[in-house]
Every structure is written in structure tokens, then in C-alpha cells.
Design a protein around this ligand. Structure first.
Ligand code: VGL
Ligand code: ZN
Length: 241
């Protein structure tokens, strides 16, 4: 009988050591993912991209690469988005004779900003500039010629990408979001992430915007949705969220 009790207590103590400890570790730090948005040549001045965003130069991309490596070191799981358009994509001004890039037109009752041809599937300009091996997944978007897709979660036609499924399956609760461009794909991705229930932090200093006025508005719109905007990476602020 006594031996039995000792045996059972031993089992209980071991169970507590192996089960309770990892449980508390999970509770202490919610799983955090990083979404690096559209870090592609066509959006950079560095690679003389067709839709180069102001300030997206070589130094900027290096800064993003270093910050991303640091976050990986800290144990965050990295995800990327990749704008990946067919040549006949609705957002290309070249597919709307009579219209020019950066004009906004009405298509099927929706406002569509027209862009220079960019991130065409399989072209150099569409390549993600960071080492692709650091990412758990790179989610492609904007593949349907009929719909634009600034968000990494869904396109303007309402079709979801695999992003939310991947993040939920991996147990992600918080997301750190940055990349190109603040006023389009970063904003849309961050807002959809918040709507899907993640705590979201956008790192302003790791983003660049297409235009100053829309960038200011984008930061305000994200704040209004409860998204935290940090100038630079601040581990304490991210962990405390
Ligand atoms: C983007 C315009 C068109 C972006 C993508 O990555 O912000 N902007 N396609
Ligand atoms: Zn695009």
C-alpha cells in the first residue's frame, strides 16, 4: 500500500513537471507571428521597380531584413505576403485603354486605383527580396485577374487566401505587421488581421508609403481599429500587448 502511494505521488509529481510547466510557458507569452508584406523588387527604388515606393531603397530593405532576422531569433514565426498578378490583372492601367496609372476609376461599382504593371507572376520584380527560407509560409495574393487584393487575408471579391487558416492552425494570437506599402497592402492586411481576432502591431519605421497624405490617413485608420502603431521594434511593448 505504502509503495503504491509513493508510486502514485511520483507519477503525479512527474505529470506536473511535464505538463504544468509547458502550459504556464504558453500562457506567459502568447504565440506571435510576423507578417512581412510585399517586400518585392517592383515596390522598391533599390530594384528600380515599376511601382517603386518612396524611400524603399537598399538601406530600407536591409533594415527590414535585419529586423526580421532579429524577430526570428526571438522566436517569432515569420510569414510573408507576395503580390502575384497575372498580366491581364484588373489593377493594371495597361488593361484599361484611355486611363493612366494612379488614376482611380469605377469598375463594377467599385473604386479601383490603377497601377503600372507590377509583380507579374514569374518576373524578377515579383520576387520577395528577403531570404525565402526564413519564412514559414509566403502567401500569394492578387492572382485572380478580376479582383485586386491589397490584403494578405482576402481579395476584393471576398475570396480568402490561406493566411488565416495557416495562422490559426499554428496558434498565433498576435501579429507584428510591416512592409510595403503602408497606405495599401500593410493597412489592408493589418485591418483584416484585427478583424480576424489577432492582436496587431504595425511597425511604422519598417514600412514605406506610396503617398504622404494617404499614409497619414492609413495610420489613423489602423489606430481606429485598435491596432498598435510602434515607430520601431520594442520587444517589451510587443510582449506586453
Ligand atoms: C500594393 C498597390 C498595388 C502594395 C500592391 O503592396 O501596397 N499597392 N498592389
Ligand atoms: Zn498589386
Amino acid at each position: 500500500m505504502r509503495n503504491m502511494i509513493i508510486l502514485i505521488s511520483g507519477v503525479v509529481v512527474l505529470t506536473m513537471l511535464f505538463c504544468v510547466a509547458p502550459l504556464s510557458a504558453v500562457a506567459a507569452g502568447e504565440k506571435t507571428g510576423v507578417i512581412v508584406v510585399d517586400m518585392q523588387g517592383d515596390f522598391t527604388t533599390w530594384k528600380k521597380g515599376t511601382l517603386a515606393v518612396n524611400g524603399a531603397d537598399e538601406a530600407y530593405v536591409k533594415k527590414v531584413a535585419d529586423a526580421t532576422a532579429l524577430l526570428k531569433e526571438k522566436g517569432f514565426v515569420l510569414y510573408g505576403t507576395q503580390d502575384w498578378h497575372p498580366r491581364n490583372h484588373i489593377s493594371f492601367a495597361s488593361n484599361h485603354p484611355g486611363n493612366k496609372p494612379f488614376e482611380a476609376i469605377q469598375v463594377n461599382g467599385k473604386t479601383q486605383v490603377l497601377w503600372p504593371d507590377h509583380c507579374v507572376q514569374g518576373t524578377d520584380g515579383a520576387k520577395v527580396l528577403l531570404d525565402n527560407n526564413i519564412f514559414q509560409a509566403i502567401v500569394k495574393k492578387g492572382q485572380d485577374p478580376r479582383f485586386d487584393s491589397y490584403s494578405g487575408f482576402q481579395d476584393d471579391g471576398g475570396s480568402k487566401t490561406e493566411m488565416d487558416t495557416i495562422l490559426k492552425a499554428a496558434g498565433m494570437k498576435k501579429l507584428v505587421v510591416y512592409g510595403l506599402a503602408t497606405d495599401y497592402c500593410v493597412m489592408a492586411t493589418a485591418i483584416d488581421a484585427a478583424a480576424d481576432g489577432y492582436k496587431v502591431v504595425v511597425i511604422e519605421g519598417l514600412c514605406r508609403g506610396v503617398a504622404p497624405d494617404t499614409t497619414v490617413k492609413a495610420l489613423e485608420a489602423m489606430k481606429a481599429k485598435g491596432i498598435t502603431i510602434l515607430k520601431e521594434i520594442d520587444m517589451k511593448r510587443i510582449n506586453d500587448l
